[in-house]
Design a protein around this ligand. Structure first.
Ligand code: NDP
Length: 252
């Protein structure tokens, strides 16, 4: 069938641009109801309007995922408006690379707050949903966006890479606990994807480095990563793809 995700209730964080927006679109196209989370409400509303216009179901939840209570509230809203979430795409993240000796401590903190604490807030709020879904015999997926930076040793990437290494290893640890409960746990480690990610870098040299790399190779498009998320979620319930690296072919 063309709608392998019919009946699924998806939540996508960081859905106002880039990988998250493309993922929400694709999951909806494949039949899932989708709750889209991020701070920029206008962007989320454009996305939900596009999904609805195409015959899908989507709701906007404007939320800063670094706030634990706000994410708990988002989970309650999903329960009320769409039902129990069974496909959680924990994707919001920020990359603020710089030389460590610059001591850009605000940038360090922002990355830790979003890429680690934000991810844990989403897990804390939505794991009860996934548990309920799995106990009811439904597929249940927790998919987090990591990066090839989790394993590569790249200059100026220290804090960002540290947060992504945390995500990749967290995935391995969660799988041991959640697999036996029939909750699938996966992480995707993309290489260069053409998104707004480099636009937030505060160090001009590092920003130029990122933009340069994007023009030198034919990067992944957000839809390429979205397709990977869809593939993980549409796999038979006994199949757990756990760690998937996806690179632009020309990226070394
Ligand atoms: P974007 O900058 O386009 O997307 C980031 C998303 O996160 C936006 O929707 C943004 O929305 C959201 N976000 C930022 N801060 C918060 C917050 N406090 N609360 C809620 N949402 C927030 O970049 P990408 O699509 O590239 O990034 C998505 C993920 O992919 C990230 O985890 C990133 O680390 C990872 N990744 C990206 C790669 C790339 O090359 N682009 C490579 C490997 C991994 P808003 O500002 O509206 O809140």
């Amino acid at each position: 069938t063309g709608t392998p995700l019919a009946g699924r209730v998806a939540v996508v964080s960081g859905a106002s641009s880039g990988i998250g927006a493309a993922t929400a679109l694709r999951l909806a196209e494949l039949g899932a109801s989708v709750a889209v989370l991020a701070r920029r409400k206008d962007r989320l509303e454009e996305l939900t309007a596009a999904i609805t216009a195409a015959g899908g179901t989507a709701i906007t939840i404007a939320v800063d995922v670094t706030g634990r209570d706000a994410v708990q509230d988002a989970a309650a809203q999903v329960a009320d408006r769409l039902g129990t979430a069974d496909l959680v795409v924990n994707n919001a993240g920020v990359q603020l690379i710089s030389p460590i000796t610059d001591l850009r401590q605000d940038d360090w903190q922002r990355q830790i707050d979003l890429n680690i604490t934000g991810v844990m807030n989403v897990i804390g709020a939505f794991l009860p949903h996934l548990t309920t879904a799995a106990e009811a015999g439904r597929p249940a997926d927790l998919i987090t966006t990591s990066s090839i930076a989790a394993t590569r040793i790249l200059e100026k990437f220290s804090v960002y890479s540290g947060t992504k290494a945390y995500i990749s290893h967290l995935t391995r640890l969660l799988r041991v606990e959640l697999g036996p409960k029939n909750i699938r746990v996966a992480t995707i480690e993309p290489g260069m994807v053409d998104t707004e990610l480099p636009s937030h870098v505060t160090d001009p040299d590092a920003g130029a480095l990122m933009e340069g790399l994007l023009t030198e190779i034919d990067p992944l498009q957000p839809a390429d990563v979205a397709e990977t998320v869809a593939f993980i979620a549409a796999s038979p319930r006994h199949v757990n793809l756990t760690e998937i690296t996806i690179l632009p072919t020309a990226q070394a």
